[in-house]
Design a binder for this molecule. Structure first.
Ligand SMILES: Cc1ncc(COP(=O)(O)O)c(C=O)c1O
Length: 442
């Protein structure tokens, strides 16, 4: 059943109109995930660095988990524990305690492996930041040879991805004109059939296909499974930037056969600004990992301190690690990933479909003459985020929303609004749309 039909059925059963506080309250009280909201710290109107009207002790309406997720309360506890261990044990912090610093990334791995659909933790590593991981993995898979030297990215790709692809080509002496920029349709969205066709047309020239799981600007989820299978069948390496997909949509990287993927953890993974990132390398490559950059942490744990002249590579994607892991960052990542493990992606996605569906329904009901929603209507082709284009100046609308304690953002002419199943409520979604309607109508 579509999310609209589900909402209409609930409205019929309860007798509450869909845009009523009673209906939103009913959805909140029957929400199986409602208690998780209490496990996050919310900015209040008072703590935000913006002037706003109303009760200052009130929680803001935070609709920006697509950019920076909220802080899980356990983050303080885990960070404090890592700090204490450093203080109390000094160098012994590396090898003793609940989470020895030298192995601080290890507890995160099985949890992250589940979130991205890895076959087992050896396909996943927790390291660096996203763009660094993008470079490390692209460098391994992009092996230009003669005319087979093109990289495919999407139009309007996130700047870091564009800069990474172009600079990689420059470093390897490939002309930047060999970058293929996939064009969307008139609606700004990509059609899977067009993507597959373009990949087929360029099959003899492509050395790497590098695409986003969820596009940052439109919120469109690409058909990762079809694109991966098609590209792999043609013998072309395929990598995914999962910045906006991880913790937001269902991922089955191993089953799909993706060569590699990279992600950041500060958006839907709630691991804090500049959080430690992740990378996936499919186990089909573990026997013969493409040549890549190495550091001492690429060495197997068992022989690392033999300080060998020649590297004894770690099994799986861990051979891409360069440095010893930062226990403070992994502490934050662990606190957040444990919550994903407890709830499970399927439960999060069930709520997400209804929550974002409710936002879409209300925006359409109340404001269809004032805005267009860029994001696909089909909930299978998106995650939490809706990207909205207004007929009025978006920056003015955004400023006024901030004055009401609403947190969302703008990118160019688009406003990105992302209710997150872990901590947002249906009542917040309704309140947001009511505030927006007042702003637009005055
Ligand atoms: C799609 C995408 N790629 C790359 C980045 C860059 O991330 P980082 O600064 O963590 O390297 C971002 C950041 O938001 C992003 O959304």
């Amino acid at each position: 059943m579509s999310h609209v039909k589900k909402l209409e059925a609930i409205s019929k059963k309860t007798g509450f109109p869909l845009a009523s506080p009673e209906l939103a309250g009913h959805l909140d009280s029957t929400d199986e995930l409602k208690d998780y909201r209490e496990q996050f710290v919310f900015p209040t109107l008072e703590t935000l660095p913006r002037e706003s009207t109303g009760d200052q002790s009130q929680k803001c309406i935070y609709l920006l988990g697509n950019s920076l997720g909220l802080k899980p309360k356990n983050a303080d506890k885990y960070m404090q524990e890592a700090m204490d261990m450093w203080g109390r044990r000094g160098i012994y912090h590396h090898t003793s305690g609940r989470i020895p610093a030298a192995y601080a990334d290890q507890p995160c791995k099985p949890l992250a492996a589940k979130v991205v659909g890895a076959a087992d933790p050896s396909e996943v590593t927790i390291m660096n930041g996203l763009t660094v991981n993008l470079h490390l993995l692209m460098l391994a898979f992009y092996k230009p040879k003669g005319n087979r030297n093109k990289i495919m990215i999407e139009d309007h790709a996130f700047p870091s991805d564009r800069y990474a692809a172009r600079s990689l080509m420059r470093v390897l002496g490939v002309d930047e004109s060999r970058l293929i920029i996939l064009k969307p349709g008139k609606d700004g969205l990509f059609k899977t059939s067009d993507i597959l066709q373009e990949i087929t047309a360029e099959k003899n020239n492509l050395a790497l296909v590098m695409l986003p799981g969820v596009q940052y600007y439109t919120g469109q989820k690409l058909d990762m499974e079809s694109i991966t299978k098609h590209t792999v069948d043609l013998g072309i390496p395929v990598g995914w930037d999962l910045a906006h997909a991880v913790g937001n949509v269902k991922l089955e990287l191993n089953a799909w056969g993706a060569d590699f993927a990279v992600w950041c953890s500060y958006k839907y993974l709630n691991s804090g600004a500049g959080a430690i990132a992740g990378a996936f390398l499919h186990s089909k490559h573990h026997g013969k990992v493409p040549s890549h950059l190495e550091g001492w942490w690429s060495n197997k744990q068992e022989t690392r301190f033999e300080m060998r002249d020649v590297l004894d590579p770690a099994v799986g994607v861990e051979c891409f690690r360069l440095c010893n892991p930062p226990p403070f960052l992994t502490a934050l990542n662990l606190a957040a990933l444990e919550m994903f493990d407890e709830v499970g992606m399927d439960n999060l996605l069930k709520k997400q479909e209804l929550l974002t569906g409710y936002l879409e329904y209300l925006l359409t009901l109340k404001l269809k003459d004032h805005l267009d929603i860029l994001t696909p209507k089909n909930s299978q082709e998106r995650g939490c985020q809706l990207s909205v284009v207004f007929r009025k100046d978006v920056s003015q609308i955004h400023g006024k929303l901030e004055n009401h304690g609403v947190v969302c953002d703008t990118r160019g002419k688009v406003m990105r609004i992302a209710p997150v199943p872990f901590y947002n409520t249906y009542t917040e979604v309704l309140t947001f749309v009511n505030i927006l309607t007042d702003i637009i109508n005055t």
